[in-house]
Write a protein that binds this ligand. Sequence first.
Ligand code: V47
Length: 618
Amino acid sequence: MNIITRDSLLYRVWQKVQQGERLSLEDGLVLFNTNDLIALGKMAHYVQQQKSGDAVYFVLNQKIEHTNICVLSCKFCDFAAKKGTDKAYEMTTGEILSKITPEIREVHITGGMPPDWEWERYIDIVKSVHQKFPDADVKAYTAVEIDFFHKKFKLPIEEILRQLQAAGLRTMPGGGAEIFTERVRKLLFPQKIVAKGYLEVHKTAHRLGIPTNCTMLYGHIETIEERLIHMIKLREAQDETGGFLSFIPLAFQPGDTGIKPKNQFTSAVDDLKTIAVSRLMLDNVPHIKAYWVMLTEEVASVALNFGADDIDGTVGQERIAHDAGAISPMELAKEKLIKIIQEAGKIPVERDAFYNPLNVYSENVIGKIPYLNSVPFYHHFEKGSFKILPVVPRHMGILSVQKQLDAGLFSLMDYFEQEESLELIDWCIATRDQVKSVMLFSKDGWADLHGKKIGITDDTATSVKLLKVILENKYNVRANFERLHRGVNDYSAYQAILLIGDEALKRNKFGLDGYELIFDLALEWYNWKKLPFVFAVWAARKTLPDNLKNELKQDIKKSLEASQGHFTEIGKIHDSRIGLSPEEIESYLEGFNYHLGEREKEAIREFRSLVHHTHANR
Ligand code: V47
């Protein structure tokens, strides 16, 4: 992509972005200081497109603020009240449940810190919501609240999180980060936990398999440098655990806080810059949220082309921002959210708390597997009539069954299941011998895995089936399988772990602690059958009009031709993300055959018959 700007410093940062290089604090200052807002937005949009394609996510969510009574007195907060005052309120569990309706998919629970609530009451809220609304993911309690529980109830942070998780907590909100520097903390919220405490709570949650969000409150007394320090601290924590799902820059609402004049909101320019800079600095955080409640719908809508790929949700009765004078409505209907996203030229994707796509509101959508081996198909893809939705293979299959996708690179098993409605187009992802990215990390050799527990990736059915076929038919071994969830996992309960995609590629190089043996499933297959293995095939919905099918075929062909012979360039862009050298990436990509030829078709037939005629079919 080409960006024209008269800001030469900005152009230098753009070159780093294109190479996939990590940006420094100094680069961040260049981004904030530029007058070329449009070029900055385009840079962030480029990164956004690489991460999320054309998708913008929203969730049908309900915000619950169970009480505003708070022992803290943070200067920026107009929501909190002291017990016994007119403004103070407390909700019973029954009142909380009465606010949730069956279509809600995420319940976001946060509140003040009252002096007299028992620990059981917090657990009861999570448990009751989870039991009465099992389809709604509970996202509850900020790091500040967790730290408050830890001190008040004298329980270790890990124990608190474990108990909440057992009660039904799925993810955690990012509130309470404010600005990490001590200068700001002392002036605005001296009683709150320090940056280290906030990050420790989140990292502990990540290790337990609870993904979280992270936030930054901006537009009050902080400096630009302090915003960047804040982002860099979050980026470092994410390097350690990978458990942050999204980053939400929260625009300060002055209200009656006295910190700023009542009507002096952040400017739209500052909001858009902050969103764009976050996208560029936080290279390892998957999503950036434009929280319409604090930005207004208008600014949030523009932000969807400035790096943000999430607009939060319907929200339903928000209080924290509105008590401080937010001028946005207190909730938005689903149809309104869809319209905002469509008007921004994006695909509205209704999601769950883990960013799994539930419904896609657009036509001509192509699914894109978010793994390195599919990059040659998409790197030079000129979208024309299509929009691109990155989605892991399993969800591509689910969306296709629901007729919400028109074409894509389907996992082979998903294609088998939908052969009646899908038509193959001439390309695939097939190995020559080894694959390097579908790997079994094991404590035992094949024969000793009999009766053992194997943790398997939740992302695709094909690799899992291949593993079952190899175990049962090649080694006559029956093992027990348990699905891992996306993100951080505790592997200790498993004798072997099946990983795929970039994670497997990384672990293949650096190893997985405790698992000495590493098996390449495609190589196992090749040594056994002397055939390639086809992991994924390009297919389009049979009902897609012929002109669009032809356009798609041309697009794929052109993109693949433009990529082949340029794998080093792709390698340079992706090396830092994957942790492989550009040469290693080049050799990895060269190991694939992308054309669906006769041998690949024979391999598909062989695998299909093994899947159909063996126990592994179950
Ligand atoms: O922690 C308080 C902030 C946060 C004001 O994780 C204020 O998905 C602006 O964290 N002006 C709560 N902000 C909101 C929050 C959040 C919102 C949406 C989604 C998610 C998520 C998290 O609001 C507080 C504080 O940082 N806040 N007062 C104010 N006057």
